[in-house]
Design a protein around this ligand. Sequence first.
Ligand SMILES: Nc1ncnc2c1ncn2[C@@H]1O[C@H](COP(=O)(O)OP(=O)(O)O)[C@@H](O)[C@H]1O
Ligand SMILES: [Mg+2]
Length: 245
Amino acid sequence: MERGVLQKRKRFNTAGLCIPKYHYMADVRDKVNRIIEEYVDQDEYFTISRARQYGKTTILYLLQEELKDRCVVLSISFEGKEEYFTSLQNFAEGLNISFYKTLRKTHPRLAEIFREEICRTLAMETLGDRITALCGQAGKPVILMIDKVDKAADNQVFLTFLGMLRERYLRRKVGGDATFDCVILAGVHDIKNLKMKIRPEEGQNYNSPWNISADFDVDMGLSVTEIESMLREYEEYTHAGCAQR
Ligand SMILES: Nc1ncnc2c1ncn2[C@@H]1O[C@H](COP(=O)(O)OP(=O)(O)O)[C@@H](O)[C@H]1O
Ligand SMILES: [Mg+2]
């Protein structure tokens, strides 16, 4: 083979995120389109809560790829972000940094909104003001995706943030501040039950900061047809490889 045109061979992947360019994958386009039509385009806030290895991170990535041209997508993860949860101030500052980093490459002008540290009291309110500025200036729908939300489960700081998102969600269509058009959380547990877990005496779902979320009922398991598409892809690649030799 000529120098410089050596292509990396695709492989099967069982270690987290699958990327179509590098991995043999079940074709989950129908799932992605359904999530966009039924949830994202309907401006829903929702949680994809499924066990590990269900393909949540991969679906978030595919959604982001599909949406990135017509939306501003803020895609972050709480993996390794334990220090965010030590205080409201740290959480606001942590999200501020995460938003800055995720926007810097795709929307440098919008990233400027988050460039300065927050560094003061009422940090959450300042973060809220910056979210308003972002959503007002974006000129496109703004979508927030947070993976690994279980890292934040049972955490009062995170509940406060969800409360803020809820407040803004409820008022966005009646003259409230501009805010995220869609919020997607991904994790193992259903966030709706968070408050219940912390204060069982308050009863099921009572005053849950996430009770606005739409029920997510897309089957995340891979269907036979979807798996077939992956095996077919493998077959086509290996046959093409043999023919070239
Ligand atoms: N579309 C897909 N096609 C083939 N395998 C997949 C697909 N999505 C997920 N997987 C398999 O599941 C594993 C876990 O995917 P991941 O997105 O990290 O799941 P989760 O975030 O739910 O733990 C991947 O490493 C891969 O083996
Ligand atoms: Mg994951």
